[in-house]
Design a protein around this ligand. Structure first.
Ligand code: NDP
Length: 282
């Protein structure tokens, strides 16, 4: 059994990003990410702070826009418009969730798809589903890097994605399908999940339910990718898989923390570099 080291892989990707960044700066382009945070959500504040820190550590530019809770839809769209037109900005990220009075779909739709480093714009979603090159959401993209790093061949594998969110489950399923896996997607309405999951070569679980994936749901030799980040009453973090109970049955497993989590920011930086390289080619 191999415990996948997402921290080490993310450090490796950040090194690659740093090198690419230096090369782009030498050519007159400083890859720069603009992050918009609306409101006071504590978790979102932590996330944007770590994104800013990671950009700076990689030598990239980071522009933070912290807007008040009462920001109107029009004010937010105007800022996005300014950033869309600003040639010094290569990536635009609106931290989700937005306060309830704002229309998230409309906000995401207004980000220039060429700067949509989160990969949530419908054009990029369509490209992913058509197997075309575009921006891919960072968490599933990071999981594909894990498969690559650990030489996990996906062709012909039976893969199960548990969770069908636009951020993780659906793009993950599309990536696995594009890579030649036979993909099943499960969600809260799926019947007989344990029966399905037991026969799978690969299980990606992304539902936000602590230790949901139990030993009786996993077959011998399965590869388990645990996206969940759940905080327990004692303050510790755990994933959606029952790591201790299933680890000895698996061939590979990602721990929480230290598995998928660190990959997400690394891929955000990597997507911003990709956007800056696109500008160089344009
Ligand atoms: P969402 O809440 O958007 O989606 C959860 C999905 O899980 C839904 O599709 C839901 O089904 C499904 N689901 C819920 N309960 C069950 C169940 N009992 N059986 C089967 N399916 C179920 O979550 P996200 O995709 O945004 O996030 C999932 C988890 O991943 C969270 O813990 C989150 O914190 C974590 N996460 C981690 C990231 C990282 O960087 N590592 C990045 C993003 C998320 P239905 O559609 O039917 O309601």
């Amino acid at each position: 059994m191999t415990i996948i080291d997402g921290k080490a892989l993310s450090a490796k990707i950040k090194e690659r990003v740093k090198k690419d960044c230096e090369e782009l700066i030498a050519k007159g382009i400083k890859p720069t990410l603009a992050v918009i945070l609306v409101g006071e959500d504590k978790a979102s504040q932590t996330y944007v702070a770590s994104k800013e820190k990671a950009c700076i550590a990689a030598g990239m530019g980071s522009v933070m826009h912290r807007l008040g809770e009462q920001t109107t839809q029009n004010e937010l769209l105007s800022l996005i418009e300014v950033l869309n037109k600003d040639d010094s900005i290569h990536g635009i990220l609106v931290q989700l969730p937005l306060p309830k009075h704002l229309d998230t779909n409309e906000v995401l739709r207004r980000i220039d798809p060429n700067k949509d480093v989160d990969g949530f714009h419908a054009l990029n979603v369509g490209k992913l589903n058509s197997g075309l090159d575009g921006f891919v959401p960072c968490t599933p993209l990071g999981i594909m890097e894990i498969f690559k790093e650990y030489n996990i061949d996906l062709v012909g594998k039976n893969a199960l994605v548990i969770g069908r969110s636009n951020i993780v489950g659906k793009p993950m399923a599309a990536l696995l399908l594009n890579a030649g896996a036979t993909v099943t997607i499960a969600h809260s309405k799926t019947k007989n999940l344990a029966q399905i999951s037991r026969s799978m070569d690969i299980i990606v679980v992304a539902i936000g339910k602590p230790k949901f994936l139990s030993a009786d749901m996993v077959g011998e030799g399965a590869i388990i990718i645990d996206v969940g980040i759940n905080r327990l009453d004692d303050g510790s973090l755990c994933g959606d898989a029952d790591f201790e109970a299933i680890k000895d049955k698996c061939s590979f497993i990602t721990p929480v923390p230290g598995g998928v989590g660190p990959m997400t920011i690394a891929m955000l930086l990597s997507n911003t570099i990709k956007s800056a390289k696109n500008e160089l080619r344009a």
